[in-house]
Design a binder for this molecule. Structure first.
Ligand code: ATP
Length: 247
């Protein structure tokens, strides 16, 4: 297995607050790797360091062997990022946003293909300010993929989507992975992680408390709880002592 992302002993604090406390994990090529944790667990800070948007206080991060801060320009060509709650200018149209982002990349994807795949072709001329939450969300996924990345970081992929749109988005992400893209998925939805992720890292208060497949985590939780079957949510609660009814 070739490692696409390697994080070793990542540490990041904001003033007195330790947000990420010696986090380590590796993501292999072609995996969908989930980062699971409750609000404030340190998920976004971790992936922002992977993306080169934040500088770690300590630790080592390599993405395709590149240092996200030092080699940011090169990494940007290979890494797609879906920013949490990203906002575009109100008057920018969907098609214009994709054309703009497309211009940043050496080998971009075809915007028409991406719009068709994400169900955006009917709203290509709609302004950002007029999009529904679900449409904004699908546009943010399209913008993460427009550069034809080899690895995509998706933060809160399906927040704000209705059940049908969530399922369509999951199918799309599986297609993206099938095309060879490695995916780092930040989520606190256990059903999403169970459906999509090959492996997950569970983060609690800035520390990794488990890295494994959802199946292994649920099997262990069932054994610990003395029940026949457990869900990933049961495993999460057992590992973190928290519930997941957040946001
Ligand atoms: P969420 O699911 O709510 O997005 P998260 O797991 O992504 O949470 P982070 O956003 O990484 O968590 O935050 C980790 C901790 O660091 C939290 O306690 C948060 O309040 C704190 N924090 C995050 N960003 C900053 C900042 N810019 N300044 C100060 N504290 C911050």
């Amino acid at each position: 297995m070739t490692a696409v992302i390697e994080v070793q002993e990542l540490h990041k604090r904001y003033g007195d607050k330790v947000a990420v406390d010696d986090v380590s994990f590796r993501v292999d090529e072609g995996e969908i790797f989930g980062i699971l944790g409750s609000n404030g667990a340190g998920k976004t800070t971790t992936v922002e360091c992977v993306e080169g948007l934040r500088r770690a206080d300590r630790g080592t991060i390599r993405v395709f062997g590149l240092d996200p801060v030092r080699d940011r320009a090169e990494l940007t060509q290979r890494l797609g990022v879906q920013l949490q709650g990203a906002h575009l200018p109100e008057k920018l149209r969907v098609g214009e946003a994709l054309d703009l982002y497309r211009s940043f990349y050496r080998r971009p994807a075809d915007p028409a293909d991406l719009m068709a795949a994400l169900g955006l072709d009917g709203i290509r001329d709609t302004r950002f300010g007029k999009l529904s939450g679900g449409q904004q969300q699908r546009l943010s996924i399209a913008l993460a993929l427009i550069g034809n990345p080899r690895v995509a970081v998706l933060d809160e992929l399906t927040t704000g989507l209705d059940p049908r749109a969530r399922r369509e988005t999951w199918r799309l992400i599986e297609d993206v992975r099938a095309s060879g893209v490695t995916i780092l998925l930040v989520t606190h939805f256990m059903d999403e992680a169970e459906r999509l992720c090959d492996r997950v890292a569970v983060i609690d208060a800035g520390r990794v408390v488990a890295v494994d497949t959802p199946a292994a985590l649920t099997k262990r939780a069932a054994a610990d709880l003395g029940v026949e079957r457990a869900t990933l949510e049961d495993a999460f609660v057992a590992l973190t002592g928290e519930t997941t009814d957040v946001h």
